[in-house]
Design a protein. Structure first.
Lengths: 260, 260, 260
């Protein structure tokens, strides 16, 4: 059975599952293209509130790219450009561009391409025995620069180079201390905590989550905000959810947001 | 009694106290303008050596902006621009622009606008039970981008987004591990340690502290240093304090700096 | 006996030793120029695989610049420019520009110029009793901006300013938590672990290590990658080591890389 990326959509929370049975969910080229397509579609869904990414089963998030197909799918520079830029980097960029919060639920191996995917999510929640790394220096090739961007923004050049130069596998506690993870939970609890995180996110106003992502991303660019951008930061004033949030605050009750 | 920001000046160390009794020092619009005015005045004081920011009492640094006045003071985009850009962001920018070291002493609640203020200080010292967050997603509005800059520079996009998207309250140890704090001390000891930090700072040459802040801020801009800037980095050679520092070093005694 | 920087080259791993006996390896102007010259030569060696920097003995990595010569070697702005820009900053830039992985093995004092050197290495491995800081505020002069770049990229403005403004000495565990170190080992084991790290690095394909450093450094610049740069990221396809890496992977054996 070939690998696949499956989508489950429930209460406006999407769960994408990396699934490559018997290969620790290693991501093959069809899966990368499927992940890219899923993200393109999800990123256009105005009702979406949160995306959870996980691996099938509890042995791995994803053990890396599916190396067995490399001789066939990226033997030339042109093939490699298609594979790494149009499929892998584009899928990763699709995750980074996601307008709603993204949460990686990680059990077991989170290696190479799996680590790249996790590094593009907003939150990374891992079971204590999960392990992290990108030992491709032993395979004789370098990580494609277009695949490094998420990890570089997340942990900076020093930790990324540590991971790439030594090719060492890190445990979850060390990965947490180095900023690669948001939090560590007991084994088997990563998806439970990711669901709890999605509920925390969903209990807030949906547009506010989108605005927070939009503004934080905007501020990582150096140009000063224009007057028009500053005014647009107050678009919330015209929303039902702002009125509901304030009304609930003054009435000391929980708000019920509608996403408009 | 309305809220206020009080200034105490002793041995060239300024202490600014956020004080809004019965409201966990929630910062109202008058307090934001007062904070801005205090910073403008302090930033022009050539004798100033250090600024400590704290909350009145031991229950809170500041529990956030004073939400009760929001319906009155920021109902329109123009009002919101005045409130968030001219008052809040300008007060925060005044802290970031402070030419001398700034230390936040944090006990209890450090939420929303309180967290924004702490994030603009050079050092953040907190009691172990202090708590941190910005759960405004439940109020239906987003943090003004102009108020994010200090936190974004401090902890980067991943931690800032974690705080904003989940709206979770973090304890001091977790906040420390995530880079939101400089150090954690026993409850009730934050101001004691902030005073000790101010003494450490004051035992150094005052102009050197100003130069260190100036150069680190300069280097966060990407343009290469000009020859003139490079030469100006040696302005210390012409100061009494440099001669005193070297003389004390060779005589194996403590230096006595004058700030000139 | 004057201070010196000695070079030992073994199996394409260079070890540079800061050696100033009786002065905790304080780095004098001759040593800075020697360090710069060594880095210039090493950076041109296509066979080089790794550089380890260490202090002689087990009392210090380096306790700082050799302050005793300051009155003679940097009394004027022109002298200071030569000393700090042409000698110190150029030596540090030589370490940062090194095309192969650099590892600092740190026991004992790692202060001032010693901390600057360590901050320019890719990995920093320290014994548990090592200590870190830059208390030059008590000497009445400021760190030269050209010497701050490595530390600023490593830990960001907040931690760098904490170190400079308080002038406090940090233990290894605190330095690790603040991102100043890659890992902490038992006292006396820093060089052992640095050697183990060099072996991990050397077990990977040498060109891959160089490419990883090149691309991470490239991505810290903001301009988008050109098409030509993207294509050049697949130079590995033409190397014997890539073929060896893939062959070894499929044969489930260890690869033997040649660096070509």
């Amino acid at each position: 059975m070939p690998g696949q990326v499956t989508l489950q959509l429930e209460s406006n929370v999407a769960t994408l599952t990396l699934d490559n049975d018997g290969k620790l969910n290693a991501i093959d080229s069809v899966m990368w293209q499927s992940l890219r397509a899923h993200m393109t579609a999800l990123n256009d869904d105005p009702a979406l509130r949160c995306v959870i990414l996980r691996g099938a089963g509890d042995k791995a998030f994803a053990a890396g790219g599916d190396i067995e197909e490399f001789p066939h799918v990226r033997g030339t520079v042109d093939q490699a450009l298609t594979y790494h830029d149009e499929w892998v980097a584009a899928a990763l960029d699709g995750i980074r561009a996601c307008p709603v919060p993204t949460v990686a639920a990680i059990e077991g191996a989170c290696i190479g391409g799996g680590l790249e995917i996790a590094g593009c999510c907003d939150l990374r929640i891992a079971g204590r025995s999960a392990r992290f790394g990108a030992p491709i220096n032993r395979l004789g090739f370098s990580m494609y620069p277009g695949e490094m961007a998420g990890l570089l923004e997340l942990v900076g050049p020093a930790v990324l180079l540590e991971v790439l130069l030594e090719g060492r596998i890190l445990g979850a506690d060390e990965a947490l201390a180095k900023g690669l993870l948001t939090r560590v939970v007991d084994d088997g609890e990563a998806i439970t905590e990711a669901d709890a995180s999605a509920r925390r996110i969903a209990s807030g106003a949906p547009l506010v989550a989108r605005w927070h992502k939009q503004w934080v991303h905007r501020l990582t660019r150096t140009e000063a905000l224009t007057d028009e951008e500053k005014r647009s930061a107050f678009a919330f004033l015209d929303t039902d959810d702002y009125r509901e949030g304030m009304a609930a605050f003054f009435a000391k009750r929980s708000p019920e947001f509608k996403g408009r």
